[in-house]
Every structure is written in C-alpha cells, then in structure tokens.
Design a protein around this ligand. Structure first.
Ligand SMILES: Cc1cc2nc3c(=O)[nH]c(=O)nc-3n(C[C@H](O)[C@H](O)[C@H](O)COP(=O)(O)OP(=O)(O)OC[C@H]3O[C@@H](n4cnc5c(N)ncnc54)[C@H](O)[C@@H]3O)c2cc1C
Length: 486
C-alpha cells in the first residue's frame, strides 16, 4: 500500500546521531523505559490508520511526569522531534512516528490519584484507559461521560489529544466539556498545569486550547475529569425506516422537539448487513435503523419515549422496538457496538469522521451515495446522528493497486461535502495526517496562520508531533522559524 499522504524526508543529521540520542535518553530513564531495538520498535510504527507505517528512532515509556520531562529535555536539547502516544488507536494517523522522531508513550502512567465524589471529579494519570475510569467510578454510582467505541483500549491522554467523543456525547458533550484540568510537560521539559477542580479560573482558557491539540503543544501526564452521578435508568429504542432521508428527518425532528436523548445512533443497510452476519443482533431488514437512548427516572423515560414514538410514528417507520428489560436494551445495542468489528470482516476500510448540521444529514447521505457510485467503492454509514457526526466507512481492497488512493480521494470528497454543508472535517477523530491536507478546505490562510503562530509559541522549533494537523506547504515558514502574521 502506498497512499496519497506525503510525509517529510527524515533529518539525516538526526539519523546520524542515533546512538548519541539513545545514550542520552538511557542516561535519564530506567532500563525498561527505553526501546531502541529495531524489532521492538516495529510495534510502534503505526496507529489504527495502518496504511501508514514508519518505525521511530526510539520509544520512551515513562512511569512518571518527571520521566516524561527528562525525556523531553533530552529531545529538546538535541533537536529531536517527539511523537506523543497513548494506546495508538487513532484512526487519523495522529500517533504515526517519523524515522527521525522519538515516541513518548504515556500508557504506563495509569494510577488513579484522587476521587472526590462531593466535588465530583477524579484525578488520574493520563495513561489510564477510558473504560477503566468508568469502572473505577461504577461502585460509587458515578460515571465519566465521553465513551469512544474504542474505550476498552484508548487512554485519557489520547482522548484529550483528540478531544474524543462517543455515542453518549449528545447529552454530555465531548472530552473538552468534561475535562477540568491537565498537567502538561512542555517541549522544554517544564511542567505546567492548566485548569483546576474549581470551574471558571481567570485568564485565558489554556485548557480549552490544549484539549484537542493532537500532541502539538505538549504532553499531558495527569488530568482532572468531571464525573456525573449515574442516571436512575436508561432505555434504548430501535426505529427502522424505509429510507435514509426519512431516518435523517426523524433525527432532526427529535432534536427540534426539545427531547434530549443521550444517544441517537444511525446505521445504514450495508452496515446492518455486516452487523447481522457478524453479531446476529436481530435488527430489521430495512435501509436505515436508528437507536435512540433516553435516561432518567422511570416516568421521565416513559415520557421521552412516548414523545419519540409520536415523532417517529408520523414518519411511518417499518419498526419501532422498545426495550423493556436490561436484556432487551443490551440486545438493541449489541449490533451497534459490534459494528466496527463487523465491518473489519468485510475487508479493509477507511473510517471517516466529518460533521454536518443535523438538518443536512439527509442531503449529505444522498451525496455520499452519489460519490460511492462515482468512485465504484461501497460505503457503509454508522454514526452519531444526534450531533451530526458522520462516520462513513469506505470499503476497499488494500491488495489492489490504486484502491487505497481511490478510497482516500473518495474520503476527501466526503469531507469537503461536510464542510460545504456547514459542518467540519472532524467531529472526534482529529486531523492527524489523514485530514492534514484538507485543512485549507475548512480554514482560510489567516485562520490557519493564527493556529500555527500559537503552536510556534509553545513549540518554536516545531519538534512536537511532526507532519500532523497543518499542511506541509503552509507550515513550512513556521517550521523554519519564519512564520508570522499572515
Ligand atoms: C475501533 C475504533 C473505534 C473508535 N471509536 C471512537 C469513538 O467512538 N470516538 C472517538 O472520539 N474516537 C474513536 N476512535 C479513535 C481513537 O480511539 C481516539 O482518537 C482515542 O482518543 C485515541 O486514544 P489513544 O490513547 O489510542 O491515543 P493515540 O492514538 O495514541 O493518540 C491520539 C492523539 O493524541 C496524542 N497524544 C497521545 N498521548 C498524548 C499525551 N500524553 N499528550 C499529548 N498528546 C497525546 C497523539 O499524539 C495523537 O495525536 C476509535 C478508534 C478505533 C480503532
């Protein structure tokens, strides 16, 4: 596989100093905190965007903020680029190394440091997985809201890096809405803290700036996360429709009605076929299915479901299935939760992540269908419909020459269509390398220049997470230290 995304040639001066860099890192880290053997480095050569691979110069696996800072100081002094990495589940190539960079992986930082139920926060080291935070909170009747489908593996560090979301973010927001503070190691090795357990600190919103910065501004090692009391109950309903446009209309009407479900998930026919073959979830055979989950006290749930039944009923659904027990609720979610695994069995896929205003969902789905016919590649749609966060999965054959490139061009057209519809390039997966060269479709040159000036303030030599987020050509003057107001 080759693909269309270009990575810069490695810095030969850095490669020539490989041994000296290894020795300098070894001097500040415990023996098991540094990987330099080529065979072992291969485990870090890609993230979940597996079409792109490159073994790094070294991998550092610190156990404390101090070790992260020590490694950063060495890299900074020697002019070595650094790729921050959590669990490596980024679908955008956000944690892809370059041959002249050192990966600093924070997955060994996994202690829970403090739980304050009265003030409703949990303080954790950032290598903890998203799911383990909720597991920690469960016995206390609390939960952490952002729930990426990858939550079993992905870390809080990566969630902060990508400002991740999930099915239940419609009601509670994404990571930035649930992050209260972060401890960050800057490129020089200095340690700073943004935010705190009390809301509304004075001054610039540095935490908001850092959340979603994709490893461009520093390495996060600890975080304070907002926690919420578990609702009394939650119940999903499944609604099948005879066409995608009507399903999209149903989403728009639910949102317009003022009912605020925790999740509205959408699956189209290709996805439903794959899910049925994989998980036998018992979903209806129809072109589009919505799963809508509401929560609260029993009477509140009944009230919301009645409203949704009325809205959906006016649109002649082919099926309206209510869960009446925990087992029925699990059965409704079963297929959606296994959708990514099911699609993986069909072959290689690119998972996109654009957003559109909810009112533009039907038209955008139609456009994706037209593009699918034009490119001759099948696409399956499974996504968070309530907040217009689309995840078209483009199926291709990695062994067929030219197919990946075709899939990437198709994906770029879909993302441009999202922007044209008033949406944006990424709802939750981030830019990484995948959408780097499309940033000009979303931002004008002045907008991009301001972002890159801010990056230059934190990282004047552009050592952090190279070749991600900003198009190579537009960022060249900034990387050369010559960027300025556009
Ligand atoms: C099957 C599957 C399903 C997914 N579902 C969802 C979903 O529902 N919602 C969603 O939002 N995402 C989803 N993702 C994408 C991915 O899981 C998220 O982006 C996740 O937050 C990445 O976490 P990670 O720990 O794997 O980070 P990585 O992939 O290692 O890194 C992600 C980004 O964060 C940066 N980073 C990592 N650690 C640090 C650090 N310590 N300091 C600073 N920056 C850092 C990296 O440089 C990179 O830019 C899915 C991925 C897969 C494979």
């Amino acid at each position: 596989m080759s693909g269309t995304i270009v990575m810069p040639a490695p810095d030969q001066h850095i490669l020539a100093r490989r041994d000296a860099i290894h020795q300098a890192l070894a001097a500040v880290l415990p023996a098991d905190g540094l990987i330099t053997a080529p065979d072992e480095l291969r485990a870090y050569e890609c993230d979940a965007l597996t079409a792109y691979r490159c073994a790094p110069l070294a991998v550092v696996l610190p156990r404390s903020t101090e070790e992260v800072a020590a490694a950063m100081r060495v890299c900074h002094q020697m002019g070595v680029k650094v790729v921050p990495r959590g669990a490596g589940t980024s679908l955008a190539g956000g944690a892809l190394p370059t041959a002249d960079s050192v990966v600093i992986g924070t997955m060994r930082l996994r202690d829970v440091l403090e739980l304050d139920l009265e003030s409703r926060f949990i303080r954790v080291q950032c290598g903890v997985t998203n799911l383990s935070v909720s597991a920690e909170l469960e016995p206390h009747g609390f939960f952490y809201a952002p729930d990426p489908s990858s939550q079993l593996a992905c870390t809080i560090a990566g969630n902060i890096g990508m400002n991740s979301g999930g099915a239940h973010c419609l009601k509670y927001g994404v990571t930035t809405n649930n992050l209260m503070a972060a401890k960050v190691v800057l490129v020089t090795g200095e340690v700073v803290e943004f935010g705190g357990p009390e809301p509304g600190a004075a001054g610039l919103d540095m935490l908001g700036l850092f959340c979603g910065s994709e490893g461009q501004l520093g390495i996060v090692t600890e975080a304070i996360l907002r926690i919420l009391p578990r609702p009394e109950g939650a119940r999903p309903v499944l609604i099948g429709f005879g066409d995608a446009v009507t399903a999209g209309e149903c989403v728009a009407r639910i949102i317009r009605s003022g009912v605020l479900p925790v999740a509205i998930e959408y699956m189209d026919e290709p996805c439903l076929r794959a899910v049925e073959a994989f998980a036998r979830a018992g979903y209806p055979e129809c072109p589009a299915v919505l799963i809508v989950e509401v929560e609260g006290a029993p009477e509140e749930i009944d009230h919301q479901i009645a409203a949704i039944r009325e809205i959906a009923g006016a649109l002649n659904p082919v099926e309206f299935r209510e869960s009446r027990s925990e087992a029925e609720a699990v059965a409704i979610w079963k297929g959606r939760k296994s959708a990514f695994g099911a699609m993986g069995r069909l072959g290689d896929y690119l998972c996109l992540d654009g957003t559109v205003p909810v009112s533009k969902l039907p038209a955008t789905l139609k456009r994706i269908g037209e593009l699918s016919a034009q490119y001759g590649l099948e696409v399956a749609n499974v996504f968070h419909a309530g907040d217009g966060n689309m995840h078209p999965l483009i199926l291709f054959n990695a062994n067929k020459p030219g197919d990946l490139e075709k899939a990437e061009a198709f994906g770029a057209d879909i993302l441009r269509a999202c922007v044209e519809a008033g949406g944006c390039l990424t709802g939750e997966h981030g830019v990484g390398i995948e959408k780097r060269d499309l940033m000009g479709a979303q931002y004008g040159p002045d907008d991009l220049a301001i972002q890159m000036e801010i990056k230059s303030l934190f990282d004047p030599d552009w050592l952090l997470n190279p070749a991600k987020v900003y198009p190579l050509e537009a960022s060249a003057p900034f990387r050369a230290g010559k960027g300025g107001a556009a």
